[in-house]
Design a protein around this ligand. Structure first.
Ligand SMILES: [Zn+2]
Length: 81
């Protein structure tokens, strides 16, 4: 399966002109993808280190806040590893 990202607004605009399931599936399959990647927020990254004494967090050696993200982020497993 192709996991390219597509624009929701563009998809809705294209789908308005499709009247059959086959036409809709073809329209989605041929829809151009957007230039984007999914990110891992630092709060979910396995590289995050919390300094409980000072109440700050570091990820990849940089001080980060809750919704920050890094280019090299890797999702932490549910067990914290
Ligand atoms: Zn990070």
């Amino acid at each position: 399966m192709n996991d390219d990202l597509i624009s929701r607004s563009r998809a809705l605009a294209i789908m308005r002109n499709q009247w059959t399931l086959h036409g809709a599936m073809n329209a989605v399959a041929n829809m151009p993808s957007v230039d984007a990647v999914e990110v891992v927020r630092c709060k979910d990254c396995k590289h995050l280190q919390r300094d409980t004494i000072f109440g700050v967090s570091y990820c990849g050696g940089k001080r980060v806040t809750g919704d920050w993200y890094c280019a090299d982020g890797e999702r932490r497993a549910d067990d914290g590893s």
